[in-house]
Design a protein around this ligand. Structure first.
Ligand code: BMA
Length: 320
């Protein structure tokens, strides 16, 4: 890729940081991890692990610096439980983690892959050891969901990606209690035609709170004759009215270029589900799945992302 484009996301030189070879038990692939920083500064990744049945479960990996020396749970941390949760019949995937200070708990929104298609399930946990499953909060077909960390105007806010006859666009829903959801509204639409984010977009990590708004990293899926290309773009939403898109970039800011992103079980995929903010308050560690095969790290400056969006973004909803 030509370097006439400003580089906003910087690949860690020793990517991938986690692969199936690191796993304490036999697995096929590890990818698309949710992420959070615990109170003591430990980085916790909740990785999607696909075993050799093809189904996925979630497993915790922890590291003091968020880069090296990972400690991995020696058995699955959260497994599908189809007896009690039939919606998890074909596994659980792609978790996003949001800490909710009001409850003192982490909310994990994950894809529950049911026989009726993928939906969004919610679980609460204090320690990533025991989980309270709240079940399906968005019925199929829906995925790529994350909560905002606080209520806005009294209600919890979920960003998610239902698929409708209109296409695969990003929506917001609200709830008084994390159980009953309503006030659904489409907030960002895929574009059409040759655009990099035509027809299908989805939320990547939980949105990032900044003084200028909620910064959203989203993926755009370009269908090509030889498969899909997953790339990442930026948008900004109003802090108190998260339904309102303030800015959206026209170009992608990160796409599959490295060998480990180009080749794997699903080639040409970069898929971040989590980030941590370093103690300087600006440096992001972005954790992404590469080619549905390994876990990788890229770093970025929140301020640089915002500056880029202010210089290159416009108020653009999309194309439904
Ligand atoms: C999406 C999700 C991701 C996956 C990507 C590429 O629909 O299922 O888990 O990384 O496809 O296969």
């Amino acid at each position: 890729m030509s370097n006439h484009h400003v580089t906003l996301l910087h690949r860690y030189a020793h990517n991938p940081i986690l692969t199936a070879d690191h796993w304490p038990y036999g697995v096929n692939t590890v990818f698309n991890p949710g992420a959070t920083m615990l109170e003591d500064g430990t980085t916790l990744l909740l990785c999607r692990v696909e075993d050799r049945s093809g189904l996925s479960h979630l497993n915790v990996a922890q590291s003091a610096n968020g880069i090296t020396d990972w400690t991995i749970d020696d058995k699955p941390t959260l497994e599908p439980h189809p007896k009690r949760h039939i919606e998890e019949s074909w596994g659980i995937e792609d978790p996003r983690i949001t800490f909710l200070p009001e409850l003192g708990e982490y909310a994990v929104t994950y894809t529950s892959y049911s026989r009726g298609g993928p939906g969004v399930s919610l679980a609460l946990t204090k320690d990533f050891r025991t989980f309270e499953r709240l079940g399906v909060i968005c019925q199929p077909e829906d995925k790529d969901a994350a909560l905002l960390p606080r209520r806005i105007n009294g209600t919890w806010v979920l960003i998610h990606r239902p698929v409708t006859t209109l296409g695969a666009h990003i929506w917001i829903s609200r709830s008084p209690d994390l159980v009953y959801w309503g006030q659904h509204k489409m907030i960002l639409a895929a574009r059409k035609g040759a655009w990099w984010d035509a027809n299908k977009i989805g939320l990547c990590t939980p949105v990032i709170g900044t003084p200028d708004g909620w910064l959203m990293l989203y993926h755009g899926v370009r269908m090509t004759p030889s498969g899909c290309l997953y790339r990442l773009g930026l948008a900004l939403f109003d802090l108190e009215k998260p339904e309102e898109c303030l800015l959206r970039g026209d170009t992608w800011i990160f796409g599959p270029e490295a060998e480990y992103e180009r080749a794997g079980d699903v080639p040409n995929v970069v898929f971040p589900c989590g980030y941590t903010v370093q103690p300087d308050g600006d440096t992001l560690h972005l954790y992404y799945g590469a080619a549905d095969t390994s876990v990788c790290l890229a770093t970025a400056s929140i301020d640089a992302l915002l500056q880029w969006l202010k210089a290159n973004g416009k108020k653009e909803f999309g194309d439904v």
